[in-house]
Ligand binder design. Structure first.
Ligand code: THG
Length: 369
């Protein structure tokens, strides 16, 4: 590693929770949507174990919202995703990857339907606001597209339900996955969803007034004390075990949406117009050339991955790995890798090249089996 610092200046946006993040001893940030996103307070492995047993408070304000509202809002959102948006009810979230006219991945957001004609697109790390504004303007749509003052705060872990029940009442336990309600916490209106970037269960609180960030944090923190709450963040080990892909690392605008394992979320024959229809139907007819795969490497923990690692078959490059973590649960390194289709079947043996040395690798299915 090369110890170094990134300068915090107004160009790198702060979050409404930043003071508490510093008070809790943040060690490393990443940059996401031009904003700080905490990575680690103690060690990634220590935080992984705590997340799987207790409850954590995550500053995920960097999951910015793009609001689309107006008479043409639904048409506009349908146009940018091959997922059926009309089926999403008010009060529901859907995972809806965005594809451009060539079928390439623009982002993989969660979309919240706040009203028939009003959506929040809760984005991963790319400039979706400009993309959608351009389309709305170009098509002459009657819809407003902007980034509202909304900052998610996640409560994740097996004890998240206990914390939230004390904060907003027992009824919250019955809230279904990917559903949300509008309520008040610490005297400020919030959207409260059962969602979050971990497989440990929990909620995301969408704060709608950044001046109320610290009172909101403090309210959750106070209730969380008896549940051993800690400051945390999306965790690399946990998210690989759960199989959550990260835009910018595991898939980028170089990849089409059929290569990235989104099949179960898409309907290429949906009734509404979407701009990737022709391209994706063509790719679907031709067959995909590459696939985003789960790959396991046994043995000791691999070093930090700065640039993608090559995967080979019989000395020939067949893909590259984009994320890696050593999993205590599997006692192995878990990786995401974009692989040529002919080597993408679970059980296929490959060779991973790290700093000039080869490691045996095996393709796994989505459950790491
Ligand atoms: N929460 C919010 N916004 C976000 C993220 C988030 N924006 C960026 C990024 N994360 C978007 N990507 C994902 C990817 C997967 C999931 C959520 C956001 C997710 N997937 C579930 C799974 O794979 O098990 C289930 C999805 C489903 O079945 O529909 O939760 O975390 N606000």
């Amino acid at each position: 590693m090369h110890p170094t610092e990134i300068v915090l200046s107004p160009r790198l946006r702060s979050t409404p929770y930043e003071a508490r993040v510093f008070e809790n001893g943040i060690k490393t940030f990443t940059i996401y949507n031009h904003m700080t996103l905490p990575v680690n307070f103690t060690s990634v492995e220590d935080q992984y174990h705590h997340l799987c047993e207790h409850v954590q408070l995550w500053d995920v304000a960097a999951e910015r919202q793009v609001e689309v509202v107006g008479p043409d809002a639904l048409r506009l959102v349908e146009l940018i995703t091959p997922r059926e948006v009309a089926h999403c009810k008010v009060g529901q979230c859907i995972y809806a990857p965005l594809a451009d006219e060539d079928g390439l991945v623009i982002n993989d957001p969660i979309i919240l339907r706040l009203a028939e004609d009003r959506f929040w697109i809760s984005i991963a790390d790319s400039d979706v606001k400009f993309w959608i504004k351009g389309i709305a303007y170009g098509r002459g749509f009657d819809a407003k597209v902007f980034e509202p003052d909304v900052s998610p705060l996640a409560v994740q872990g097996p004890k998240a339900d206990d914390v939230m029940a004390e904060l907003v009442g027992e009824d919250i336990r019955a809230l279904k996955f990917f559903r949300f309600i509008e309520t008040d916490i610490a005297g400020t209106p919030v959207v409260l969803a059962r969602s979050g970037w971990s497989g440990q269960g929990g909620f995301e609180i969408y704060l709608q007034d950044s001046s109320k960030g610290l009172p909101l944090w403090d309210a959750v923190w106070a209730v969380g004390q008896k549940y051993n709450i800690r400051a945390g963040s999306p965790n690399q080990i946990e998210r690989l075990e759960t199989g959550l892909k990260s835009y910018g690392s595991d898939m980028t605008h170089d990849d089409n949406i059929l290569e990235c394992g989104f099949e179960r979320y898409l309907n290429l024959d949906k009734s509404a117009e979407y701009m990737a229809r022709e391209a994706l139907q063509q790719i679907s007819r031709d067959g995909v050339r590459r696939k985003l795969c789960h790959v396991e490497v046994q043995g000791a923990a691999l070093p930090a991955l700065r640039e993608r690692w090559a995967l080979q078959s019989d000395g020939r490059k067949v893909g590259d790995a984009s994320s890696c973590a050593y999993s205590p649960k599997h006692q192995a390194n878990l990786l995401f890798a974009m692989l040529s289709s002919e080597v993408s079947t679970p059980g296929t043996e490959l060779s991973l090249v790290v700093d000039g040395s080869a490691h045996q690798a095996i393709v796994r299915d989505e459950r790491w089996k």
